[in-house]
Ligand binder design. Structure first.
Ligand code: LLP
Length: 463
């Protein structure tokens, strides 16, 4: 075995003092070790969860989801009140959507944002008042728009000129009145610690700022469409206020111009608040972020001599990301000699079918042995899945106790957002269940698939 010191670890990953530790910013607040070293989440041990539900298993800490939702809601309420306005928080359902989560959001007095007809139906089936829903999407079909208008979706966020005309025809036919916002593209792209402001836009979402005024004028002349304001989402996994400040400033120039033609009561600045996936991620506390964004908007409005509009935000990841933990079982390990040392590959019984983010975005994660603690020294590992694809990485770089072995349960942190929604059946691997844990009890909120579920789609198999 090669020592950790000679291993090909990336610069950002330090050798931990204890490769069993649970970094507070990454794991749910309820995560701890039992007396015998097992990982416990919301009072349920990893071993017990796996005995009942098997592996892979997506575990969601209900208390953590609710706490993060209320923290966001309260932070924006407080910041908005301080600056003389109101703020509404929409949970971005694309991060993780099922009827149970929608009910948690409604309990906590959040609104919900959906971006397809399918997501809309989930929110409605959960009992959401349609007035509390926002409906996004760059290619909403006529059917989807008809359904949204018919059920009374609170706000439809318009993304194209064609959509304006489609919606106008629907409201003309039905006599409905529909509140709409216009999604604009501020030219600001924010990602993690950096943001990039460009003059030109070359992407599919929203209207370039230069084309937005004409679109708003068109909306305003159409009976049945009620223009509520501008919407701008600048990206995901953003850690600072700077990108939001720059984007808001650009959008507020347009907002001010639009006031000449009528009311612009609202401004939606989207979501994208970053979370910790590894110990080096250091997101700004939510209250600080909310105050930073809202005060920047207030200041920008003051400078333009306009009153501050009602604000809305659409966080997804910041609500569910750190509440999710995926449990796997280790199947094989393998040391691969490299020039600079060696890397131990630890293969688990899931992979890119339940978490595509490392393969899609090079996303980094953190892992720990969940079934025990170990005194073995830290070993650099790459956790990989069971799929026929070399990019099938679960955790690119991590230190685990050096005796990690087949049969160990492995927990990967911060898998609550954009894992289940992006899951697939690649290699005929069924998707895992999602289990909510709270106060020492677990309940299935999304059923796992079986191989026979998959095979029912194969029209060549006799019924
Ligand atoms: N609002 C709009 C209009 C969005 O497009 C998104 C994310 C959100 C809100 C929520 O962003 P969040 O707060 O969750 O960052 N699959 C990628 C992320 C795609 C985000 C798509 N839109 C990932 O796994 O990183």
């Amino acid at each position: 075995m090669h020592s950790a010191a000679s291993s090909p670890a990336p610069d950002w990953l330090a050798v931990p003092d204890d490769a069993n530790d649970l970094v507070r910013s990454v794991w749910p607040a309820s995560a701890q070790r039992s007396a015998d070293g097992e990982l416990i989440i919301a009072g349920m041990s990893a071993g017990e969860l796996v005995r009942i539900h098997g592996t892979p298993l997506q575990v969601l800490d209900e208390g953590e989801v609710r706490r993060r939702a209320t923290t966001l809601r309260d932070a924006f309420d407080t910041a908005a009140a301080k600056h003389g306005t109101t703020a509404r928080v929409y949970y971005a359902g694309k991060a993780l959507l099922n009827t149970t989560i929608v009910r948690w959001m409604l309990d906590e007095e959040l609104n919900v944002d959906v971006c397809t007809g399918g997501e809309l139906e989930v929110a409605l089936l959960a009992g959401a008042d349609a007035a509390r829903l926002g409906f996004h999407g760059n290619n909403k079909s006529v059917n989807e728009l008809e359904r949204a208008v018919a059920v009374g979706v609170g706000t439809i966020i318009i993304d194209s000129e064609i959509e304006i005309e489609r919606l106008a025809q629907i409201v003309a036919r039905t006599g409905a009145e529909q509140r709409v916002m216009l999604r604009v593209n501020s030219g600001v792209h924010a990602e993690t610690h950096d943001f990039l402001a460009t003059a030109h836009e070359d992407q599919k979402f929203g209207f370039p700022l230069t084309q937005a005024a004409a679109a708003v004028a068109r909306i305003r002349e159409l009976p049945g469409l009620v223009f509520a304001g501008l919407h701008c989402h600048i990206g995901s996994q953003i850690f600072g206020v700077a990108g939001f400040r720059e984007s808001a400033a650009r959008v507020l120039d347009l907002h001010k111009d639009l006031l000449a033609g009528g009311d612009v009561p609202q401004l939606n600045l989207g979501g994208g608040f970053g979370i910790a996936y590894t110990r080096v991620d250091d997101p700004v506390p939510i209250a600080e972020l909310a105050e930073g964004i809202v005060s920047a908007v207030a200041e920008a409005c003051r400078r333009r001599g306009i009153s501050i509009p009602a604000l809305s935000f659409e966080p997804g990841r910041a609500i569910v990301g750190n509440a999710g933990v995926t449990l796997y079982e280790v199947g094989t390990t393998k040391d691969v000699a490299l020039g600079s040392g060696s890397r131990r590959y630890v293969s688990v019984d899931g992979g890119m079918s339940d978490n595509a983010r490392p393969a899609l975005y090079g996303a980094q994660y953190s892992a720990r042995i969940a079934s025990r603690v170990s005194t073995a020294g830290p070993q650099l590992v790459r956790v990989v899945g069971r799929h026929c694809e070399s990019g099938d990485i679960v955790v690119d770089h991590e230190y685990l106790p050096g005796d990690v072995a087949p049969g160990d349960l492995l927990a990967v942190a911060a898998t609550g957002a954009y894992c289940a929604p992006l899951s697939s059946n690649y290699n005929h691997v069924p998707r895992p269940p999602i289990v909510a844990v709270r106060d020492g009890a677990a309940r299935v909120i999304v059923h796992g698939e079986s191989l026979s579920d998959l095979l029912t789609r194969d029209a060549g198999i006799a019924p």
